[in-house]
Design a protein around this ligand. Structure first.
Ligand SMILES: Cc1ncc(C[n+]2csc(CCOP(=O)(O)OP(=O)(O)O)c2C)c(N)n1
Length: 330
């Protein structure tokens, strides 16, 4: 690791946030088992480097669109674990007042334009935001996170086409974890390197090791520079792997023997930890202190969620935009 290139602030941020994402997911899984959290959880355990390092390369004014596997993206962009945990628990103190759960978390103040239960739903939102930035001459970019399954949706191709044509300041960030639900990538696309799809739309496609936080950070920084210089989009394909099921409870019969273990040997969180220690910039005690502070933050988040009330019945019709008698009212 180059001591000149990376500030201690950035390195500490990457380590802390990656640890936060990993531990948030493990806590959420445990709290689901314990009954605090109802419904589905699609965890991103194993994909912490992509979520955190891509967001670290953005400014606060930049925006992201996220997915059903979005906890890491939201935390990476500054989401508060307290309000996230409360939302997962269906409590009124949550980001969506407890009505949306994990798939709908948004915070426009942080540039989080929303997780999304619709696979491929984020592409047109990100391209539209980028068009707005371009028209208003604002130095901001939009980054759409998505999976290898989502790149086969029509929305990718429509959004990429116009983004390429109009040179929109958008980054298409593919977290290629090799599966769309239980379907391996080779059964859903005729090519292995999805970055090649960018060719058809006239912008660069780059492949990056998605388990290497620094590589992800650099690729995203470069894509952002390009977008802000008026040169249009980049497709980043980050090769990575999810360690847990598609959802909690998934029997995972589709994995190749030994595949999970091989990827776990390249676990991005301990790999980054080891790299920090090897750099000589950090010692064991400093990293342990960061890890303890993450645990304390999550203790607080779980206690906050557990103590928060469920939404009141009278709130059920608030925020409903369509009225069948009087037409649309938004
Ligand atoms: C339009 C649409 N089609 C199908 C689904 C069901 N579905 C939910 S997640 C998923 C797989 C998505 O795979 P990928 O984009 O690779 O993301 P990953 O789950 O690997 O993070 C599918 C098919 C959906 N939610 N929306």
């Amino acid at each position: 690791m180059d001591k000149q290139t990376y500030s201690p602030e950035l390195l500490t941020h990457l380590f802390r946030q990656m640890t936060l994402v990993r531990e948030f997911e493990l806590r959420a899984i445990a709290e689901r088992r314990g009954g605090l959290i109802p419904g589905f959880i699609h965890s991103c355990v194993g994909q912490e480097a992509t979520a955190v390092a891509a967001c670290a390369a953005l400014s606060q004014q930049d925006v992201i669109t996220s997915t059903h596997r979005g906890h890491g993206h939201l935390l990476g962009k500054g989401g508060d674990p307290k309000y996230m945990m409360a939302e997962l628990a269906g409590r009124s103190a949550g980001y969506c007042l407890g009505r949306g759960g994990s798939l709908h978390i948004a915070d426009f103040n942080l540039g989080i334009l929303g997780a999304n239960g619709i696979v491929g739903g984020g592409f047109p939102i990100a391209a539209g935001a980028a068009l707005a930035f371009q028209m208003r001459k604002e130095a901001r970019v939009a980054l759409a996170f998505f999976g290898d399954g989502a790149i086969n949706e029509g929305t990718f191709h429509e959004s990429a086409n116009l983004a390429g044509l109009w040179r929109l300041p958008v980054i298409f960030f593919c977290e290629n974890n090799l599966y769309g639900e239980g379907t391996p990538q080779h059964k859903q696309a005729p090519i292995t390197d999805l970055a090649r799809r960018a060719d058809g739309y006239g912008f660069p496609g780059v492949i990056v090791d998605g388990n290497d936080a620094i590589a992800v950070y650099e690729a995203t920084q470069e894509a952002r520079r390009r977008a802000l210089a008026g040169n249009g989009p980049t497709l980043i394909e980050a090769k990575t792997y999810r360690f847990r099921g598609h959802y909690e409870g998934d029997p995972q019969v589709y994995r190749e023997p030994g595949e999970l273990e091989a990827w776990q040997a390249r676990d991005p969180v301990p790999a980054f930890r080891a790299r920090l220690l090897a750099s000589g910039l950090y010692d064991e005690a400093q990293l342990a202190e960061i890890e303890a502070s993450v645990q304390a933050q999550l203790d607080e988040a779980v206690a906050f969620a557990a103590a928060a009330p469920a939404p009141a019945v009278e709130e059920a019709l608030q925020g409903i935009y369509a009225d069948t008698h009087e037409g649309l009212v938004f």
